[in-house]
Each structure stands twice: as structure tokens, then as C-alpha cells.
Ligand binder design. Structure first.
Ligand code: BES
Ligand code: ZN
Length: 394
């Protein structure tokens, strides 16, 4: 079925049309959501050719996956067909048994959270995002994508180095078989019996130009520079404010989300193999675009944990100043889905309703000028409250 779709899209008429339209399409994104590709595998050819590498691609949860080449995957991407790269699942990845966790009825650490929130600054979001979007692309296997990851790591390290000595916080690189590394910053917890538990706040650091992934300009300001700086700012105020969680709290910046959630799948599967207990994971992907709508939190209600999502809404009501709207991606659209697949509870706060989301993503027009930094700051408040509250619950 997928092959039939691919071969019909590869028809001469379609190809001539695409070639003719390419210059226009490179800066204008079509209405449907497109996906990226993953061309990386352990059999990566050293001369940079990818044509012969096959990846296992699944276009829907109820359909069997199919082995596709780079050219075939690119056709899918440009046609806006959704997929997940499940090649690594062949290696016998573990899914942990889901523990049922009960979240509190109401937020319980209001005075502690309220000490951190006033430290958040919209101007810092903007300054950091400006620098981050200056990398030509943050595509996961480009050299500028590797550089942007190193730069981000340095920003995190600088925050940590400025912290007072009694804060137990560190940062590490999580290596993949491609050049852009994921990044994990961690606050240790004070309770020795809860070392294997963790609360996770995440975003993805990579970007994609869907027409020319390796060479095209891809500022990725909203997708997902916004989430990257949203959680970096939350991390900064927690460090500067002297956060001491009961259980460990981690901030994750994933590589290779745009090509089938590869970075987050690798990290989630690693945690599952280690038997770690994730109390809750909050994804931040696209937090800056309001357009001509009234600002609101879009709370994603599909492919998430219902109980954690209910608690997230309570946090939003308590700590932020924006209305909440339920919304759906309709597919496993971001890194929260990797945690869910590994058997862990995850949630996803998004810039508004899915149908009103930023139309420029995956093109050279996903720029800073389209974004609202006060809107973004509300997501930093949510991330701070998620980290503090879940770090202390029983
Ligand atoms: N940020 C997008 C997901 C998204 C787009 C959410 C629009 C809500 C509204 C993400 O980076 C992305 O592009 N995801 C892919 C799917 C992924 C599995 C490759 C997509 O949506 O096509
Ligand atoms: Zn994204």
C-alpha cells in the first residue's frame, strides 16, 4: 500500500510538477503536516550516499511497517504523509509495564513554585532564540546541527557553572549514531530511596527544511527553537533559585525528532532498559506562535497519559495566565510519544489549537519575527511548576 502510494507519487507528471515548484515550495509550507526522514543507520556509507540504506517506516499504528529507501521516504515527506521510523524496534526494544500513578487533586507546592516564576524573563527567551536560529540548519546529521548542539550544551553549562555550590545539578551529552547529540541536564533528588525515579521536561533541538534537508536554510524558530528556549529558561530559574527536588528532575533536549522521533526513542528505550521509573514527562514543541488568535495553552489530549494531562491543566490554571483549550495532533507528532511507547506517562503543551498552529514550520520562513515571547513565557511557567510539583509528590 505504501509502495503503491510512493510509486504513484513518483510518476513523471508528479516529478515534473515538483521540480517546477521546488523554488517556491522551499519557502512556503503546504497545509498538511509533513514529516522528516531518517537516513541514519549503523550501515551508514562513509561516502555520504544514502540511496541504498533501507529504513523501516510505519505510516499508521494499525498498519504493518514497510522497508523504504531514502528516495521513497522523501516522496512521503513532500506529500505530507505521516510516519514513524521504527527501525530500531527490530533490536528487541523493551517496553516497561506501565505503573498506575495517582497525581494529586490540586497543586501542593504553591509557595515554592511562586518563588521561581517571577525570575523568568521573556527577553532572555528572545536573545537565546535569536542565536539558536542563526545556525543555518539544525538538521540532525548536518555539521551546523552538530554545532548548534554544542552551542546549546555550552549555554546549559554556563548556567550550571554560575550556580551556588549547594545545587546538585549537572549536564551530559547522549550520543547517537549521527552527529547531533541529545542533551540531558539533571538535578539530583534529596531522597536516597528515589534515585531511580525521574521527572522529565523535554523539547527537541533539531530543525528541518523539508525540501532540502541537508543544505536548506532551517531556522526552526518555533519548531522547536521555542520549546528549546522555553525549557532552558525554566531550567535557568530553577538553578539560580536554588531548586532542591525530592526526586531527580531532568531537562532533555532531543536530537532527530523531525526524522521520526529518533533521539527521544533512543533515550526512552535506554531508560526502560535501565528500569528507571519516569513519574511524568512534559514535552514542549512549538510554544511561540499565536497568529491572530487569542493566546491559549493547547493541551494535547491524544497519544498522552490522561491523568498526567489532567494534572497539567491544574498546573496551568494555578500558575499561568492563559486559557486552556483541548486539542489533538491526530498522530504521534512529537517526543512525548516516544515515552508513551516505552510505557511511561507523558503530556504535551502546545502553542494553541492544532489547526491554528504555525503554518511556516519545516521551511526557511519559520523565523523569530512570527513569535510572541510573552506567550512563550507562559510555557516556561508551566515547565517550572511541572518540575517542582512532580519532584515532591508521594
Ligand atoms: N512540531 C512538530 C509537530 C507538530 C506540528 C505538532 C504542528 C503540532 C502542530 C514536529 O516537530 C513534527 O514535525 N513532527 C512530525 C512527526 C514526527 C513523527 C516526524 C510531523 O508532525 O510531521
Ligand atoms: Zn517540532
Amino acid at each position: 500500500m505504501v509502495r503503491k502510494l510512493v510509486s504513484s507519487l513518483l510518476s513523471p507528471i508528479f516529478l515534473v510538477l515538483v521540480l517546477f515548484l521546488l523554488p517556491f515550495l522551499a519557502s512556503a509550507r503546504s497545509g498538511s503536516r509533513s514529516v522528516g526522514l531518517n537516513l541514519q543507520s549503523e550501515s551508514e556509507p562513509s561516502d555520504g550516499r544514502w540511496t541504498d540504506v533501507l529504513r523501516l517506516i510505519q505510516v499508521a499504528e494499525n498498519k504493518p511497517p514497510t522497508w523504504l529507501t531514502e528516495d521513497e521516504i522523501l516522496v512521503l515527506i513532500r506529500a505530507g504523509v505521516k510516519f514513524m521510523d521504527v527501525t530500531e524496534d527490530q533490536k528487541g526494544v523493551t517496553a516497561v509495564a506501565k505503573k498506575t500513578r495517582v497525581y494529586p487533586d490540586v497543586p501542593n507546592y504553591v509557595s515554592e513554585v511562586s518563588e521561581f516564576i517571577p525570575l523568568l524573563e521573556a527577553q532572555r527567551l528572545k536573545t537565546t532564540l535569536k542565536a539558536f536560529t542563526n545556525f543555518h540548519t539544525r538538521y540532525y546529521r548536518s555539521s551546523s546541527g552538530a554545532d548548534s548542539s554544542k552551542w546549546l550544551f555550552k549555554q546549559i553549562l554556563a548556567i550550571i557553572n554560575a550556580a551556588s555550590d549547594d545545587i546538585d545539578v549537572s549536564v551530559k551529552k547522549f550520543k547517537h549514531s549521527w552527529v547531533q547529540k541529545s542533551i540531558i541536564a539533571r538535578f539530583e533528588g534529596s531522597d536516597p530511596d528515589r534515585q531511580e525515579e525521574v521527572v522529565i521536561v523535554g523539547a527537541h533541538q533539531d530543525s528541518i527544511n523539508m525540501w532540502f534537508p541537508m543544505v536548506g536554510r532551517s531556522p526552526g524558530a518555533d519548531d522547536d527553537g521555542s520549546g528549546t528556549v522555553t525549557i532552558l529558561e525554566a531550567f535557568r530559574v530553577l538553578v539560580e533559585g536554588g531548586f532542591k527536588p525530592t526526586r531527580p528532575v531532568e531537562f532533555h533536549w532531543y536530537s532527530a525528532e523531525e526524522v521520526g522521533l529518533l533521539g527521544s526513542q533512543a533515550v526512552a528505550q535506554y531508560y526502560a532498559r535501565q528500569g528507571r521509573d519516569v513519574i511524568g514527562m512534559l514535552q514542549n514543541d512549538m510554544t511561540g506562535y499565536v497568529g491572530n488568535q487569542k493566546g491559549s495553552f493547547g493541551i494535547i489530549v491524544d497519544y498522552v497519559d490522561d491523568d498526567l494531562t489532567l494534572f497539567l491543566k491544574k498546573l496551568a490554571r494555578q500558575y499561568a495566565n492563559m486559557p486552556i483549550v483541548d486539542t489533538k495532533c491526530g498522530y504521534a507528532c512529537s517526543d512525548h510519544a516516544s515515552w508513551r511507547k516505552a510505557g511511561y506517562p507523558s503530556a504535551f503543551a502546545f502553542e494553541g489549537k492544532f489547526e491554528n498552529s504555525n503554518p511556516y514550520i519545516h521551511t526557511s520562513n519559520d523565523v523569530l519575527e512570527n513569535l510572541d515571547f510573552d506567550h512563550m513565557l507562559e510555557f516556561s511557567k508551566l515547565a517550572v511548576s511541572f518540575a517542582v510539583e512532580l519532584s515532591h509528590i508521594d
